[in-house]
Design a protein around this ligand. Structure first.
Ligand SMILES: *Cc1c(COP(=O)(O)O)cnc(C)c1O
Length: 459
């Protein structure tokens, strides 16, 4: 592909003629054309104009080991030459799919020992919905079908995963959520608990879940599901004991505890999984992104004993699967990716060095006139931009200021993500202190430019 000698303008014209992009307003795209990314190394990506852009999002929260690790390319080539594809249906398996399960069982939360594979986080969350409903069916509890999830949750874009998600804009398209999905308040203290202490707010957020269970009846609730730290919803870090209280509720009312580890999994919080950071033992987890550092599509669902034993001993055939479930090349790449994370001590380095450094440097922005709150954990951080710092007043309607700041970042060769009016980052686990310093310089410049736009436009 790199041999095709086209200039940026030519690539953009072909793109606009033939490519419908995900999460993109095409009328706005027409005005600028796509930025065409051509190569990458470490924490930096390069575009067709040779700009070196600091990617503080690790692609879409996924390039955990960083760009340019040729070990993964070599493993993929080797596996493609040996066995490029075979499926795992009808009593067959491949060696990479078998070995990956063994490796995962050593690092996933306690009790999770069986894995079912897909190719995307959305697929795995769809699998989860079918599996959980089937689980209660096998046990004869035919009414336990409803999922409780949270506003601003992101669980994917398919019909079921977008229903699990709590994004209003997504629900407004395609008649979502489907029946059987209800949403409660997320543990977003800054927005929903302005007048409350952290402890008071925790009680309130957990009480809302309990009220929802009581309102619908525990015999109708299948599971509670959430991301340990909500990512695309705006890096919402729950108060420290929120998750253990949620776990208590699930036990009390006999509801499965399901955790979406698609972002938090594979080292992002400074532990292998976000569940381990919050010290909970979920019944089921889902993962994707970091399992291959995004080098190839692979996802999965990790199933604890309670559910797996029911399926294995009483379930008969589960009529569910994907052509690419346990794809041998993707599994081989995942095994090598996990080996690199382990052998290079990447997670310990995140926990001891880069995460504390990122959190410390980001918090310097607490003094900036536009910044209401800086939050984060591990290598996830968010800077909330507000209209009035003293009154904790957010911009209304939300989104405009965030997008202005995002565009300034991009013009300063820094990729961060705007969520409503917050600026989020989620760099590779391989991010260096120099990368973080560079991010701070570029973000400072972008925030100052945004502040003058806010004043000029009277926002
Ligand atoms: C990205 C994401 C998903 C969806 O994964 P896809 O591979 O895009 O389908 C699900 N859950 C969370 C928390 C995510 O961040």
């Amino acid at each position: 592909m790199h041999l095709l000698n086209r200039n940026t303008r030519q690539w953009q014209e072909i793109d606009s003629a033939h490519h419908l992009h995900p999460f993109t307003d095409h009328q706005l795209l027409e005005k600028t054309g796509s930025r065409v990314i051509t190569s990458a190394k470490g924490s930096y990506i390069k575009d067709s104009e040779n700009n070196e852009i600091l990617d503080m999002m690790a692609g879409l929260w996924c390039v955990n080991i960083g760009y340019g690790r040729n070990e993964l390319a070599e493993v993929a080539k080797e596996q493609m030459e040996l066995l490029p594809y075979y499926n795992t249906f009808f009593k067959t398996a491949t060696t990479p799919a078998i070995e990956l399960g063994r490796i995962l069982s050593e690092i996933t939360p306690k009790g999770i020992e069986h894995f079912f594979y897909g190719s995307s986080g959305s697929e795995s969350n769809d699998t989860l919905v079918r599996l959980v409903r089937r689980y209660w069916d096998i046990l004869g509890k035919k009414n336990k079908k409803t999922f409780i999830t949270r506003t601003y949750a992101y669980h994917g874009s398919t019909m079921a995963s977008a229903s699990l998600g709590g994004m209003e804009a997504m629900h407004s398209q395609g008649d979502l959520p489907l029946p059987g999905f209800v949403h409660v308040m997320p543990p977003y203290h800054y927005k929903f608990g302005k007048e409350l202490t952290e402890d008071e707010f925790t009680v309130l957020a957990v009480k809302e879940i309990e009220n929802k269970i009581l309102e619908l009846g525990q015999d109708n609730i299948a599971a509670f599901m959430g991301e340990p730290i909500q990512g695309a919803g705006g890096v919402i870090v729950p108060p420290p004991n929120y998750w253990s209280l949620v776990q208590d509720l699930c036990k009390k009312y006999d509801i499965l505890l399901c955790v979406d580890e698609v972002i938090c999994g594979f080292g992002r919080t400074g532990e292998w999984f976000g569940s381990q950071h919050f010290k909970i033992d979920p019944d089921i987890i889902t993962f994707a992104k970091g399992i291959t550092s995004g080098y190839l599509p692979l996802s999965g669902i990790g199933i604890g004993k309670r559910v797996s034993e029911t399926f294995i001993n009483k379930g008969g055939e589960f009529y569910h699967g994907y052509t690419y479930s346990g794809h041998p090349v993707a599994c081989a790449v995942a095994i090598e990716n996990i080996r690199i994370i382990k052998d290079e001590g990447m997670i310990e380095n995140v926990k001891k060095n880069t995460a504390p450094y990122l959190q410390k440097r980001m918090r310097e922005f607490e003094n900036h006139p536009l910044v209401g709150e800086v939050r984060g954990q591990g290598l996830l951080a968010g800077v909330e931009l507000v209209k009035n710092k003293e009154k904790k007043e957010l911009f209304d309607p939300p989104g405009k200021v965030g997008n202005i700041c995002r565009d300034h970042c991009m013009n300063n060769n820094l990729i961060m993500r705007a969520v409503r009016d917050g600026m989020m980052c989620s760099p590779p686990l391989s991010v260096t202190k120099d990368d973080i310093d560079e991010c701070i310089v570029r973000l400072k410049k972008s925030l100052d430019l945004t502040l003058s736009d806010v004043k000029r436009l009277g926002l």
